[in-house]
Ligand binder design. Structure first.
Ligand code: 5AD
Ligand code: SF4
Length: 486
């Protein structure tokens, strides 16, 4: 009789952006191949990993607090391994061990391929391990680049919240160096993955039944891959991925305003699988603030980009990020941000209070001089405005059909523990709006029309259409200055 290797149990907590969600998927998939199995609590795990975000101090402090909660567990079970991965690991390095002395492992986002080997070493009694990439001034460009390795091993559909959608990394790192942002330090230089690798991964995802691919990059529309005299850009990738049978939708996030070229927009317009949805953070509506942020564009550049989007793809939905209370932001600057939000009518906006990040240019150059209560007040005011606009934009769908890619039962349905065949189902429209309706689980993974009869700021509510219900959205007239998207 052969003895089977005991399964190790892994618990992982993920903070931050889509890149981190994808990194966690990759790490879990590769550890599963080493015999690990996912478990849903730290108590039941042998290995506990925190995938961390450094973009704001608040998120980091929350993570350190979560890690600290494990102190007693680790004391009573010293054999459990606690690891910190992601941007905070890269940024804080040794400091993680100082702040949480029971942590066994620190791994930056550019070194994730080494996790399984490091876990083996720790299990074998080698003690604490750390693997981080070089800093932006710690060597020559090639060495720095090589130390930030893209970790994109074989894809495992069981690791995704739904097998029908997947993130696909096309670009690593960032070279924009916005003065407030820590990402160029934690994720290193911008590097495009090769078109061949991207295409092969997209095919693999399609073979696994994936219908929607979301291409990821910190500034995804700046993607560029040069090989000899051949330059590949995002529009070229969209064209090749569009050819893959089984893929029905392609999205890409996050975009950099200056690189939203007319060629890219025309490609999105002309390829029916491309979603008319663009997340293009504006960050501020004041030229003075944008200049201090070193964003590389003015308000009128941003508005010209919005014009380009609207004239090329009238039904497009645009989402934004804003930072309020950046160094030196006056009431007038903030008013200009409100004006920009009013003019752009974003589908949704993510709003952040400025948080000083050590190692950034802003931390060196500008005092963090907007008081916390003013940041708080501006956050609330901008959120109220952007939510009001999002609600108005959503209400324009009432009485129309949208095409939804069904993800599965909604969170509410899972919480209520629905019995019987009916479930509240959820999915997203082509323009990335969340849609819910009463359906059944067999709909998961389908592309289907849903008739919308109600909406709020975040959600469209609908039902499976009966034959005679509702107008056809493709024949819809212009509403206000924009067409409602399918
Ligand atoms: N403080 C506050 N918000 C920040 N962001 C990035 N860096 C900071 C910071 N130091 C926001 C930006 C970015 C989003 C991911 O996080 O709006 O688009
Ligand atoms: Fe950070 Fe600016 Fe790069 Fe976005 S573009 S990741 S905000 S440096």
């Amino acid at each position: 009789m052969t003895e089977s290797k005991p399964t190790k149990r892994l618990y992982i907590e993920t903070a931050g952006c889509q890149m981190n969600i994808l990194d966690s998927e990759m790490v879990v998939a590769s550890l599963r191949r080493q015999g690990y199995e996912l478990t849903n609590s730290a108590e039941s795990a042998d290995t506990i990993l925190f995938n961390t975000c450094s973009v704001r101090e608040h998120t980091e402090e929350k993570t350190y607090n979560h890690i600290a909660l494990l102190r007693d567990l680790k004391r009573s079970h010293p054999e459990k391994i606690v690891g910190v991965m992601g941007c905070m690991a890269q940024k804080d390095q040794q400091l993680v061990f100082e702040r949480a002395p029971f942590v066994d492992l620190v791994v930056g986002p550019g070194q994730l391929h080494s996790i399984s080997g490091l876990l083996e070493k720790i299990n074998a009694g080698a003690g604490r391990q750390m693997a981080v990439s070089l800093g932006r001034r710690d060597g020559n460009q090639d060495d720095i680049r090589r130390s930030h390795e893209s970790f994109d091993p074989l894809r495992d559909p069981t690791m995704r919240p739904t097998p029908y959608q997947a993130y696909l990394r096309i670009q690593y790192g960032c070279d924009k160096f916005c003065t407030y942002c820590v990402v160029p330090m934690t994720r290193g230089p911008e590097q495009g993955r090769s078109p061949e690798q991207i295409y092969a991964e997209a095919r693999q995802l399609a073979d696994q039944g994936c219908k929607e691919i979301v291409l990821l990059g910190q500034t995804v529309n700046s993607y560029k891959y040069v090989e000899g005299s051949c330059v590949t850009r995002l529009a070229d990738l969209l064209e090749t991925i569009h050819e893959i049978d089984g893929i029905c939708r392609i999205k890409f996030v996050t975009n950099y305003p200056k690189d939203m070229s007319i060629e890219l927009l025309q490609t999105v317009r002309d390829l029916p699988k491309c979603s008319p949805y663009f997340h293009v953070p504006a960050q501020s509506g004041s030229d003075a603030v944008l200049a201090r942020m070193k964003r590389g564009y003015t308000v009128s550049d941003y508005m010209a980009m919005m014009e380009r989007i609207e004239s090329t793809i009238p039904q497009a939905a645009v989402a934004s990020d804003f930072i309020v209370g950046f160094c030196g932001e006056t009431d007038e600057d903030f008013q200009q941000t409100l004006d920009l939000a009013e003019r752009c009518r974003f589908k949704n906006s993510f709003i952040f209070k400025y948080s000083v990040r050590s190692g950034t240019k802003a931390a060196q150059l500008f005092p963090d001089d907007v008081p916390e209560h003013v940041k708080q007040h501006r956050n609330i005011e901008l959120l109220e405005l952007t939510n009001r606009i999002a609600e108005q934009e959503n209400s324009r769908f009432i009485g129309n059909k949208v095409e939804v890619l069904v993800e599965g039962p909604s969170k509410l349905s899972l919480r209520r523990d629905d019995i019987g065949p009916m479930r509240q189902m959820t999915g997203r429209s082509r323009c990335d709006r969340i849609v819910v309706w009463e359906g059944n689980e067999r709909q998961a993974g389908q592309l289907m029309p849903i008739s919308i009869h109600d909406s709020n700021v975040h959600t469209l509510f609908g039902s499976v259409p009966t034959q005679q219900f509702s107008r056809d959205v493709y024949a819809m007239p212009l509403v206000a200055n924009r067409r409602v998207d399918a």
